[in-house]
Design a protein around this ligand. Structure first.
Ligand code: UT7
Length: 323
């Protein structure tokens, strides 16, 4: 059977840092509150004129270099983003042009903070069917553009960035010893869509709007949903928590990550944490965490990784990957 192996990982963070001390000057908040309640110390903010596609292209180039292949060798690009450059066309086609890919196809997916997982699952299915040999999967966001900078409930949480992986078809035997994506599970429940949304929309009012969130409610659902979907993918792949080398979670709140890790019996040293320096970068957070884990040398070839995400919709997802 075909498996989607990760042959390259990349990321990019804008230069500009916004610290908790900076935020203290903008809204009624404190460094102590933000650290204690979220685990965030600083986040990156895209420069004026620096677009989601610019971040995505930088991350893609790093991933392609890591894979040792050119853009022409990619058959498919999926960009997960909630903050596209344009209402149309897709941000993915800008990436396609920039990396010199003239064949194949490129499109965006929108599943908010679970976007990367949805994009990964999509590409994985194209690879499994044999329709595609190599795919570039990107999570890229400029959330700072839709943050209400007067709302302390949300403005302290988000940051900008992009992460990317290159997937390539490999023959596997169908067991957990295979290299590549072993299991992916996607879920959504639209009954909760009001709890995390935006004040704008193309069809609604022709605006992008700003983020609104019932933080406490989202938090309450997050740990339960994440632990459940993680258990589901582990069971489906016949894997126990002790066999997994690293948990690579969506980075929304350190208390959600700790709570999920505890429920799944993961010690802190088996969790990749980028939240303190990056904040919540939505669809970019998981590939950025993967990039951090790989470039720091913690994640190595052969390691078994558990990825999980939860975001607006609600959407949530889990995946098991042998790197
Ligand atoms: O990535 C997509 C998924 N998103 C998430 O997973 C986010 C999930 N939610 C969270 O991470 C947390 O709910 C937050 C970090 C957003 C908030 O933490 P919390 O512990 O749930 O705080 P809370 O909303 O219950 O607010 C507690 C208090 C409130 O004051 P009162 O009403 O008790 O007087 C807030 O007004 O903290 C206040 N507060 C703040 N104080 C200082 C809220 N934001 C701030 C702030 N600085 N930035």
């Amino acid at each position: 059977m075909k498996r989607s192996a990760i042959i390259g990982v990349g990321g990019y963070l804008p230069e500009k840092k916004l610290t908790n001390a900076d935020l203290e000057k903008m809204v009624d908040t404190s460094d102590a509150w933000i650290r204690e309640r979220t685990g965030i110390e600083e986040r990156r903010i895209a420069a004026d004129g620096e677009l989601t596609s610019d971040l995505a292209i930088r991350a893609a180039q790093v991933a392609l270099t890591d894979a040792g292949i050119s853009g022409q060798e990619i058959d498919m690009i999926v960009v997960a983003t909630t903050t596209p450059d344009d209402t149309l066309p897709a941000t993915a086609v800008k990436v396609q042009e920039a990396i010199g890919m003239t064949g194949g196809f490129a499109f965006d997916v929108q599943a908010v903070c679970s976007g990367f997982m949805y994009a990964l699952a999509t590409a994985d299915n194209f690879i499994r069917t044999g329709a595609v040999r190599r795919a570039l999967v990107i999570g890229a966001e400029t959330l700072s553009r839709i943050v209400d900078w007067t709302d302390r409930n949300t403005c302290v949480l988000f940051g900008d960035g992009a992460g990317a992986v290159v997937l390539e078809a490999r023959e596997g035997v169908g067991t957990k010893a295979d290299t590549g994506v072993l299991q992916v599970a996607l879920r959504s429940d639209g009954r909760y869509r009001q709890l995390l949304g935006a004040t704008g929309g193309v069809s609604k009012n022709q605006r992008a709007g700003t983020i609104t969130m019932e933080g406490r409610e989202v938090f309450r659902h997050a740990v339960t949903n994440l632990a459940a979907i993680a258990a589901e993918v582990m069971q489906a792949a016949d894997v126990t928590a002790s066999e997994i080398d690293f948990l690579v979670p969506h980075q929304a709140n350190v208390r959600i990550i700790d709570g999920t890790a505890k429920k799944l019996a993961f010690e802190a040293d088996r969790v990749i944490l980028t939240l303190p320096k990056q904040g919540n970068t939505s669809a970019a957070s998981i590939p950025l965490a993967l990039w951090e884990g790989v470039s720091s040398g913690r994640i190595r070839r052969g390691h078994l990784l558990l990825l999980e995400s939860m975001g607006g919709g609600f959407t949530w997802a889990g995946a098991l990957i042998r790197f």
